[in-house]
Ligand binder design. Structure first.
Ligand SMILES: [Zn+2]
Length: 315
């Protein structure tokens, strides 16, 4: 008999990424056995994207064999009980009210769970990636937007409203620029990739970091300013959930240590209650497929919860 496998799909505006993880009989955690990427064609709208997700899931199962569950990472908000989308800011079309979970569950005939993509990122990095040896892990994604999430003892801490850890909407400067959420001075408004490039007067974030490393003064100043905002947000994170590891991912991490080092310094400079060298800030390890891997792990976690409940006679 083959080991149990779990399918993960990560819905993005450009690509649908796929991962399959498989139980490893000799280890506590599963191993990644398959990854692939397909075009989303988001411009064709919600129904077409749903059909495409089902087709991608089916073709993956044809290739790797049967799976126990499917997980779907989504770039937005959804109702936890119904899986219906409430907000998809980056995909065109009438998404609010559209269900993805039930059509996929019917299409692939396995229990299906939906998870926000930032939480999927952390579930993957905290289980199999850069945070795997730590108990309390904070994940932050820095790019077009800024996302964050909290993992405690192997589980994502969602909070009462499913939004715990959303560091992008932590107010850093009450008189700061207007954020997409309607408030002023959120970390996202101050430190998203486009804020960095505007400050530096350069087209893309990776170039800003390259120029900063080469000694360009405007780029150095922009990197320092933005790292200061991110460091303020992460220092607040050190104070509140008290993570023993912060994993940093997202588009700007293409620049690697030259992006991470100023953030690490700025965070350490702002924390007094914890020794600076005890603050662990590391780059994500799983790359582009972290979201799909995390979605697969979310389905696996749900299956484990269901079997634990049925074995104790609970519904
Ligand atoms: Zn905001």
């Amino acid at each position: 008999m083959s080991a149990d496998r779990y399918l993960g799909l990560d819905l993005g505006g450009t690509n649908i990424k796929v991962a399959v993880v498989e139980e490893d009989p000799g280890a506590a955690q599963p191993r990644i056995v398959f990854t692939a990427r397909h075009a989303t064609h988001a411009e064709l709208g919600p129904q077409s994207v749903t059909d495409r997700l089902i087709a991608v899931a089916r073709s993956t199962i044809d290739e790797v064999g049967p799976v126990e569950t499917a997980g779907l990472g989504v770039p937005g908000l959804f109702q936890a009980d119904t899986g219906r989308i409430t907000l998809f800011p980056n995909l065109p079309g009438e998404w609010p009210g559209h269900s993805l979970r039930d059509p996929i569950a019917e299409g692939v005939r396995v229990p299906t769970t939906v998870i926000n993509d930032t939480r999927a990122f952390l579930l993957a990095e905290g289980t199999l990636g850069a945070g795997r040896r730590h108990r309390i892990v904070f994940g932050v994604t820095l790019g077009t937007g800024i996302g964050g999430s909290i993992m405690i003892d192997g589980r994502i801490h969602l909070g009462a409203f499913g939004t715990a850890g959303e560091i992008g909407h932590q107010v850093i400067a009450t008189d700061g620029p207007l954020c997409g959420c309607g408030h002023n001075g959120c970390l996202e408004a101050l430190a998203k990739a486009s804020s960095l490039t505007e400050l530096a007067g350069v087209g893309d974030a990776e170039t800003v970091y390259e120029r900063a490393a080469a000694g360009d003064e405007a780029s150095i100043a922009a990197v320092k300013t933005v790292a200061g905002y991110i460091g303020t947000g992460l220092a607040n994170v050190v104070t509140l959930p008290g993570p023993d590891c912060i994993v940093v991912g997202g588009g700007i991490m293409a620049a690697g240590e030259i992006a991470l080092d100023p953030i690490r310094r700025a965070t350490r400079a702002r924390v007094r209650l914890v020794p600076a060298d005890a603050i662990c800030i590391v780059a994500a390890e799983l790359g582009d497929f972290a979201g799909a891997i995390g979605a697969a792990l979310a389905g696996r976690a749900q299956a484990a919860d269901l079997s634990a409940r049925s074995s104790t006679g609970q519904k």
